[in-house]
Design a binder for this molecule. Structure first.
Ligand code: SF4
Length: 223
């Protein structure tokens, strides 16, 4: 497996102002203060590898001996021979600072900066994998993001990657949540049409939503 430590993160002031809606409460000055507080606490790292799909069932795929059970993942990998499991984290420093912040709004600001850092690092990781393996239009799925691919699938994902804790300091709790919490895991794969889980997820009021829920799209997957 390949470890990226550090993985580059870009947090432009304008993006921070927009995402935190700072225009009416401090603007760019507050954004810069928050970034100055957050930057030393970020420890962005990622681990990934190339893995070969050995078999495909109706609603599962076997990847180098590990079975992933998901109808949606199976359909997304219809034409794929490989996938790219990864775990990415920005470390625990910023979430600890946020938890210790007495002010709820300040806590929210720091938590959101950690999320933005994850998004930026994830983009870098996807670009790097695309370039390294000559792939275009990479899409991704994460265990637990859809009912069809539950969080229990973290186990084969981490097993497929190897010693993730040693590589990037991310471990799973008994309930299969990641520690540090500001981490993301999943698989990337080449897709003809970009796949975004949010299109299949009816959850209300999700700040991370990247695409509108699409009932017709959901029906094409038979879920
Ligand atoms: S809408 Fe939110 S919860 Fe649903 S898949 Fe997208 S980011 Fe995840």
């Amino acid at each position: 497996m390949t470890v990226l430590d550090p993985i580059p993160v870009s947090l432009p002031v304008e993006l921070v102002v927009k995402r935190l809606r700072l225009a009416r409460r401090g603007g760019e000055t507050l954004a810069r203060e928050l970034l100055a507080e957050a930057a030393p606490l970020l420890r962005p790292r990622a681990v990934f590898r190339e893995a070969f799909i050995e078999a495909k069932g109706e609603a599962e795929v076997v990847v180098e001996g590990w079975t992933f059970r998901s109808l949606i993942l199976r359909k997304n990998l219809d034409k794929a021979e490989k996938l790219y499991p990864f775990v990415l984290t920005v470390g625990g420093g910023l979430e600890e600072r946020a938890a210790a912040a007495g002010d709820i709004l300040h806590q929210y600001d720091l938590e959101t900066l950690a999320d933005l850092a994850i998004e930026s690092a994830a983009e870098h990781l996807s670009d790097l994998i695309g370039r390294r393996f000559g792939l275009e239009n990479l899409s991704g799925m994460s265990p637990g993001s859809l009912e069809d691919w539950p969080i229990t699938e973290q186990t084969p994902l981490f097993d497929l990657l190897g010693d993730v804790a040693k590589a990037v300091g991310v471990r799973l709790t008994e309930s299969l949540l990641m520690v540090p919490r500001k981490s993301v895991s999943g698989v990337l794969f080449a897709a003809e049409e970009t796949f975004v889980s949010c299109r299949l997820c009816p959850r209300d009021k999700c700040q991370g939503r990247r695409a509108a829920y699409d009932e017709d799209f959901r029906l094409t997957y038979g879920v």
